[in-house]
Design a protein around this ligand. Structure first.
Ligand code: HEM
Length: 120
């Protein structure tokens, strides 16, 4: 069934080989380039599927957005993080609020297959 993801594996910075030690796709492929990559999940019904990420480390969507805003503030020395997340997004509070509102609406029927904003 179509699951509304890009079917791509990406590293959003949740692997540092220490307290965050699930190497994700690498565990299957043994390719160094796959270290810390996880499948990009669909965001349908995201408001009711907490906690978030492969290890459930975020309890709310606000925490998720805070994380994306500046991953390095949460995880030090993450390995192989995607270029898109290498420098802080510097979302203003207003923008962050809109992102989390957007995600909370993601259970609507008319949600587009893929969001241009998040790549999910
Ligand atoms: C700021 C915009 C973004 C928002 C609001 C967002 C939202 C989310 C949420 C809510 C989850 C948790 C899904 C769940 O646990 O069911 C998630 C996971 C994920 N996102 Fe994003 N995302 C954003 C940007 C990105 C970008 C730019 C990428 C790719 C570089 C990406 C790749 C992923 C991946 C691979 C996961 C799974 C991580 C894991 O399981 O540990 N996201 N995202």
């Amino acid at each position: 069934m179509e699951d509304f993801t890009t079917d791509e594996f990406k590293n959003i910075g949740l692997y540092n080989g220490k307290e965050l030690n699930d190497a994700g796709l690498f565990n299957i492929t043994n390719k160094e380039a796959d270290l810390g990559k996880f499948k990009t999940p669909g965001l349908r019904n995201i408001a009711v599927t907490a906690p978030y990420m492969h290890n459930g480390m975020f309890k709310t969507l606000e925490e998720v957005v805070d994380y994306y805003n500046n991953p390095q503030a949460f995880v030090t020395n993450s390995i192989n993080i995607d270029d898109a997340l290498k420098s802080p997004l510097n979302l203003s509070e207003k923008r962050e609020e809109r992102f989390s509102k957007f995600s909370k609406n993601a259970h609507r029927q008319e949600i587009p297959e893929k969001s241009l904003v998040t790549g999910h």
